[in-house]
Design a protein around this ligand. Structure first.
Ligand code: HEM
Length: 348
C-alpha cells in the first residue's frame, strides 16, 4: 500500500480532475447534498488510483447505491453487539449484525469482482494501476485477497473523507467568521474562483486549521478500530486484563476541557501557531489513530479533504437550504451528520 497506493508520485496524479468534476456538478445543481457529492469525489479518486475508472458519477444510481451500502456497513458495524461481551452468543448472531454485514459485503465484493473480471478479459496491456500490480503478484496474494483489500480500502477511505468535508462545510456555514477568513485566505493565495490543487495546501494554513478543528470535534472514527489486549497491562493505575477489548474514545478526548480551551467552540485559530498535528504524535488529536495501526490513508485524506473543501469554498458563496442548520451526529463505526447538509451554491 505504501509504495503503490499512497506513494507521493501516485497521490499527485490527477487528484484535481476529480475535484473539477465536483465543482462542475455544483454549477449545475440548485442544492448540493455536500456529503454525497464529496463521497462521490472520494470514490472516484480511489477508483481511479486502483481501477483507472470513475466508479461514481455525481448523478449516477450506481454511486448512490455504493454510498448507501457503505453507509449501512458503517452503521451496522458500529452497533453495540452483545456478542462482544458474551462471545458464546456468536453462533446465534442475536441482532443479525453478522448476517446483515455479510449481505452488504457480498454486494460490494460483487462490484469489485466484475471490475477484476473486466480487467482479466482485456488484452494484456500495461495499465500500471494498483489492480494491475495486485493481479500480477499471484504468489503473495490471490483474487480473494485482492477483492477484500479493495473492500477494506474503499470502505475505510470514502465515508471518512466525505464526512470530514461535510462537517467542515457545516461548521463554516455555522460560523460566518470562519467562512469569511477561509475565503479571504483562498482569494489571496490562489485567487477567487480557482480550484485548490495539492501543491497549494501548504500555503493555506487557515484551511488546514479548519480541517484539524473539524477532525477534533467530529472525528470520523470516534472509537478508532477496536483493539484486543495481548497481555495483562497496567495503564494509569488501571489493570487491563489480557483479552480485553479496548476502545479509544476520541470523541471525548476532542471535547475534554482539561485538554482544550472552550472545547465546544469551533475555533480553527487554536491550531494556527500550534505544533499539534494529526500524524499520531500528539495524543490529544489522533483522528487517524497512532502507532503501527495508524491509518495508511492519512496522507491521501489530508490532501483530498483540503482540496475539496477549499475548492468548494473558493468557487461559490454558500447558504444552507431552508436556512436551518442541524449539527447532530449519528454514530456507527463512523460518526456522520444525522441530517445530511444540503447547501445552496451561489455563483460568485
Ligand atoms: C479523514 C479521513 C480519514 C480518517 C479520519 C481516517 C481514520 C482512520 C482511523 C482512526 C483508522 C484506525 C486507526 C487505528 O485504529 O489506530 C483508520 C484505518 C484505516 N484507514 Fe483511514 N481514515 C481516513 C481516510 C482514509 C483513506 C482515504 C484511506 C485509503 C483509501 C484509508 C484507509 C484506511 C485503512 C485501510 C485502514 C485500516 C488499517 C488497518 O487495517 O489497520 N483511510 N483510518
Amino acid at each position: 500500500m505504501t509504495s503503490n497506493i499512497f506513494s507521493p508520485s501516485r497521490l499527485d496524479a490527477n487528484q484535481h480532475l476529480r475535484t473539477r468534476k465536483l465543482i462542475t456538478y455544483c454549477r449545475t445543481a440548485d442544492v448540493v447534498d455536500v456529503g454525497r457529492a464529496a463521497f462521490q469525489t472520494a470514490l472516484n479518486a480511489l477508483s481511479n488510483t486502483i481501477f483507472s475508472v470513475d466508479l461514481a458519477d455525481p448523478v449516477s444510481d450506481s454511486a448512490r447505491e455504493f454510498k448507501e451500502i457503505i453507509s449501512s456497513i458503517m452503521e451496522v458495524a458500529g452497533k453495540p453487539n452483545p456478542v462482544d461481551f458474551f462471545p458464546f452468543l456468536a453462533i446465534f448472531d442475536p441482532l443479525g449484525i453478522r448476517r446483515r454485514l455479510s449481505v452488504y459485503f457480498g454486494k460490494v465484493i460483487d462490484i469489485f469482482s466484475s471490475l477484476i473480471d473486466e480487467r482479466l478479459e482485456k488484452p494484456k496491456e500495461e495499465m500500471n494501476d494498483v489492480i494491475d500490480i495486485l493481479l500480477s503478484m499471484p504468489q503473495e496474494i490471490d483474487r480473494t485477497h485482492v477483492e477484500h483489500l479493495c473492500l477494506d480500502l474503499f470502505a475505510a477511505g470514502t465515508d471518512t473523507t466525505s464526512s470530514t468535508v461535510e462537517w467542515a462545510m457545516a461548521e463554516a456555514l455555522k460560523n460566518p467568521e470562519t467562512m469569511k477568513r477561509a475565503k479571504a485566505e483562498l482569494e489571496e493565495v490562489i485567487g477567487k474562483g480557482k480550484m485548490v490543487r495539492e501543491g497549494d495546501i501548504s500555503r493555506l494554513p487557515y484551511l488546514q486549521c479548519i480541517v484539524k478543528e473539524t477532525l477534533r470535534l467530529h472525528p470520523p472514527v470516534p472509537f478508532l478500530i477496536p483493539r484486543k489486549v495481548e497481555e495483562d497491562v497496567e495503564v494509569s493505575g488501571h489493570r487491563v486484563p489480557k483479552g480485553s477489548q479496548v476502545f479509544v474514545n476520541l470523541w471525548a478526548i476532542g471535547r475534554d476541557p482539561k485538554v482544550w480551551e472552550k472545547p465546544l467552540d469551533f475555533n480553527p485559530l487554536r491550531f494556527l501557531n500550534s505544533e499539534v498535528d494529526v500524524k499520531g504524535k500528539d495524543y490529544e488529536l489522533i483522528p487517524f489513530g497512532a502507532g503501527r495501526r495508524i491509518c495508511p490513508g492519512l496522507t491521501l485524506a489530508m490532501r483530498m479533504v483540503p482540496v475539496m473543501l477549499g475548492s468548494l469554498l473558493n468557487s461559490f458563496d454558500w447558504k444552507v437550504e431552508g436556512g436551518k442548520l442541524e449539527m447532530d451526529d449519528k454514530f456507527g463505526i463512523t460518526l456522520v451528520k444525522a441530517q445530511p447538509l444540503r447547501a445552496v451554491p451561489i455563483p460568485l
